[in-house]
Design a protein. Structure first.
Length: 187
């Protein structure tokens, strides 16, 4: 875990209290289901890339059909509580960060020097994130980010994806990692 900027572990502070003390509108507060993992994501320092992974491995670790990620500069992610944060390294390619308390997936770490891929669902309940989102979604509902966004490992999607979501998506689809270009160092 040394690659992240971290604060010393602190006593658990209720989310509502921390929420009220947030310094910047651009800092999103996120936590897992049990609160054993909490972090701040600063959206000012880079325009992220968003992907929805359709690979079987993501299904196995989440129980969900797909797993969306938001790429962020490592320096923009600060863990403020990590009592239950652990790493699992199923392949040499990447580490998965997860919570041993509630089982939440936290992030995918491809060992890229500057970039970390946060599980998007952890951010979605902070109003600051949703305010940011309004600024990157066009009138027609498409997302407008600097780097290509879309479904990756589309070839690995199971048939239930069509049953649940239909045969089309707002986002472009690609096989394997698709256009995998985000590098926070370029910001
Ligand atoms: Zn947890
Ligand atoms: Zn995946």
């Amino acid at each position: 875990m040394k690659s992240f900027l971290r604060r010393p572990a602190t006593a658990m502070v209720p989310m509502v209290q921390r929420w009220a003390s947030t310094m910047s509108k651009n800092v999103v507060l996120a936590q897992c289901g049990c609160g054993g993992v909490q972090f701040e994501a600063d959206l000012r320092k880079g325009i992220p890339q968003l992907t929805v992974c359709n690979c079987a491995a993501c299904r196995k670790v989440t129980g969900a059909v797909q797993l969306p990620f938001l790429a962020l500069p490592r320096k923009s992610v600060t863990f403020t509580e990590e009592a239950t944060l652990r790493e699992w390294e199923p392949t040499a390619l990447a580490k998965r960060l997860f919570c041993t308390g509630c089982g939440a997936q936290i992030a995918m770490d491809y060992r890229e020097e500057n970039t970390i891929w946060i599980c998007l669902g952890l951010l979605c309940d902070d109003q600051h994130f949703n305010d940011w989102l309004k600024n990157v979604v066009n009138d027609d509902g498409h997302i407008n980010l600097k780097y290509p966004c879309g479904h990756i490992f589309w070839e690995s999607r199971p048939p239930i994806v069509e049953v649940l979501y239909g045969d089309h998506t707002h986002l472009p689809v690609s096989e394997d990692f698709g256009v995998y270009v985000y590098d926070a160092a370029q910001e």
